[in-house]
Ligand binder design. Structure first.
Ligand code: MLT
Length: 401
């Protein structure tokens, strides 16, 4: 008899954003006359940069010609894309070797798949609130999970507790969902904790392109010692509008070594290479050529223009909440506004209230963990027109609440 993975019994019935999509489509069916504005899932709306499209068109043409056609590529990505990423990291002071970079179809996949190279005996430390993938993928493996609380008192930036032992630590900065960012000094404390405990930090840098203050780290590897204790997950989804195009990368330093329970030293870079070459056949050549263009001078400028567009949306949203006197976090180094639900509403009460009265969709903070209760996330990734309209509706709808 085939037994199933019983850890799945410990998961919530559906993935947060699937849950929300279901509720919204039920509402849309009941109210076909309403124009629903979706500021829930962090999905981009600006088209791909022109130079990215051009690079992919060229790659498509190459695939149709005998001499330039390509079949299977290297599972860990093409050298031309590694070189482009090495140069990108150098621009903010991080030196990487190309064999430390693994190209993937996005940070979400890698975030789930990286669990393969860690023992199920590990204790996993997860911030709360948090991107639900960290939690769900570890629940699927049946691991022991402990939480660290993000709250207004610590600006939603939990710091290490010397009395708590963790083996694998998830950090996300700029943070999804709160938009909070760690300073270099704070990351230094995390690196010191990880080195002391022989732990590994899984650092999600998917939103690094939104950092506007050069003093705020865009990579954990700007911190000395991080290459001995961290893996960085990054994505072109938010940096370059690749949510539908799918491309990301994970940096696993050569210096990162940990032991088996029996004491055998293992290189995590080698383990991840082994895992990827066995279970993954790489990102399509056409997409990788598009990704390469993202890191060209022209690509960086064009993608930055899209990010500036979203940042302006965030400013419009923050101005609306300022008018209402509603407290919020994020929005500056992040496309997310994390606001306190008005009138002591719970997150899901506010979700329903916004949907039913203003036809605006957001994400209930409670979906990101118990500490998210009473909070609500809105994304600045909408179109300008929709962002303005949503905020007009919200300001009008909440001002006399
Ligand atoms: C979010 O809305 O939290 C993100 O778009 C989800 C993701 O990046 O997978």
């Amino acid at each position: 008899m085939a037994l199933v993975n019983e850890n799945y019994c410990n998961l919530k019935e559906s993935y947060l954003f699937a849950d929300i999509a279901k509720k919204v489509s039920a509402y849309a069916k009941e109210h076909p006359e309403k124009k629903i504005i979706r500021l829930g899932i962090g999905d981009v709306t600006r088209p791909l940069a022109a130079c990215v499209v051009k690079a992919m068109e060229k790659a498509v043409a190459e695939m149709g010609v005998q001499d330039t056609f390509r079949g299977y590529g290297p599972e860990q990505g093409y050298g031309f894309l590694h070189d482009a990423i090495v140069k990108y990291y150098a621009s903010f002071g991080v030196a990487l070797e190309s064999n430390e970079i693994f190209i993937s179809d996005g940070a979400k996949s890698d975030c789930g798949n990286i669990t393969d190279i860690f023992s199920n005996a590990n204790t996993i430390l997860i911030p709360d609130p948090v991107y639900p993938v960290y939690l769900d993928t570890n629940v699927m493996c049946g691991r022991k999970i402990i939480y660290m609380e993000g709250k207004p008192e610590n600006n939603f930036l939990p710091m290490p507790d010397e009395n708590v032992h963790a083996d694998v630590i998830y950090l996300c900065s700029p943070n999804n969902p709160t938009g909070a960012v760690y300073t270099k000094e704070q990351l230094e404390k995390w690196v010191a904790y990880a080195l002391k405990n022989d732990a590994v930090i899984l650092y999600d840098a998917a939103y690094e392109a939104f950092v506007v203050d050069p003093a705020i780290p865009r990579s954990i590897f700007t911190v000395e010692g991080a290459k001995k204790c961290a893996i960085e997950l990054c994505s072109l989804s938010k940096t370059a509008g690749f949510t539908g195009t799918r491309c990301g990368y994970t940096v696993v330093p050569q210096a990162l070594v940990r032991k088996t329970a029996a004491g055998q030293e293992m290189s995590l870079n080698k383990m991840w290479l082994r895992r990827q070459t066995t279970k993954f056949n790489g990102v399509p050549y056409i997409i990788q050529r598009g990704a390469e263009a993202v890191f060209s001078e022209e690509g960086i400028a064009q993608c930055r223009a899209n990010i500036a567009y979203y940042q302006e949306n965030a400013r419009i949203m923050m101005a609306g909440f300022d008018k209402l006197g509603i407290k919020y976090f994020g929005g500056v180094h992040s496309p997310y506004i994390w606001l306190q639900c008005p009138q002591g509403m719970t997150s899901w009460e506010f979700f329903d209230y916004l949907l039913e009265n203003m036809a605006v969709v957001g994400t209930p903070g409670a979906g990101f963990g118990t500490m998210g209760e009473g909070y609500f996330r809105l994304t600045a990734f909408g179109s300008r027109e929709n962002t303005i309209e949503a905020m007009d509706r919200i300001v009008a709808g909440l001002k006399n609440l």
